[in-house]
Design a protein around this ligand. Structure first.
Ligand code: CMX
Length: 136
């Protein structure tokens, strides 16, 4: 099942500008940054408070055909996804498929820091893009 909220993802046009905004205004700082070519993103994970709770993920597009670029074109910057931690992404995906939801990938792909991820289509989850994250 779902263990906890892993992170909330926010689409931004300019990662460096967003990092500056979060640091200066909310005093929330990046603890990890990477480029994920497979997902077409440059991303940062920000720790809130003592850093033990869910993180904030800022997602900027690498390419105009990427999921984040399409999201920005359609909706503008803002909340893009809600991610849950799971112990076994394939098992969690299989349960949700058996309950009639469309998972975006047949098998999990690579997410942040080598995690394994899959997504529920937002149209099958009340308008929320749900990500499943199996940490390394
Ligand atoms: N949240 C809620 N609704 C969304 C959405 C989102 N993030 N993205 C698209 N939608 C809605 C659209 O508004 C549209 O609704 P209408 O038909 O009512 O206009 C509908 O979903 C479109 O669905 P679609 O045509 O099937 O798909 P899109 O081409 O818009 O792509 C999605 C949507 C979810 C399949 C695509 O964004 C995707 O593959 N996402 C998964 C990968 C991803 O998000 N990667 C970036 C993050 C990487 C990471 O977390 O590490």
């Amino acid at each position: 099942g779902l263990l906890r909220i892993d992170h909330v993802g926010i689409a931004v046009a300019d990662l460096d500008a967003a990092l500056k905004f979060y640091a200066e205004i909310f005093e929330i700082h990046s603890v990890h940054e990477e480029t994920n070519e497979d997902q077409g993103v440059r991303e940062a994970m920000l720790a809130v408070g003592d850093g033990t709770g869910p993180r904030l993920q800022l997602l900027a597009p690498l390419r105009p055909d990427s999921a984040i670029a399409k999201f920005l074109d359609r909706s503008g910057p803002g909340l893009q996804q809600l991610a849950y931690t799971v112990a076994d992404v394939e098992a969690a995906a299989a349960v949700l498929r058996s309950r009639g939801l469309r998972l975006l990938y047949d098998t999990a792909r690579r997410g942040t820091a080598g995690s394994r991820i899959n997504f529920v289509h937002p149209k099958d989850a009340g308008g929320v893009l749900v990500e499943l994250v199996q940490p390394v």
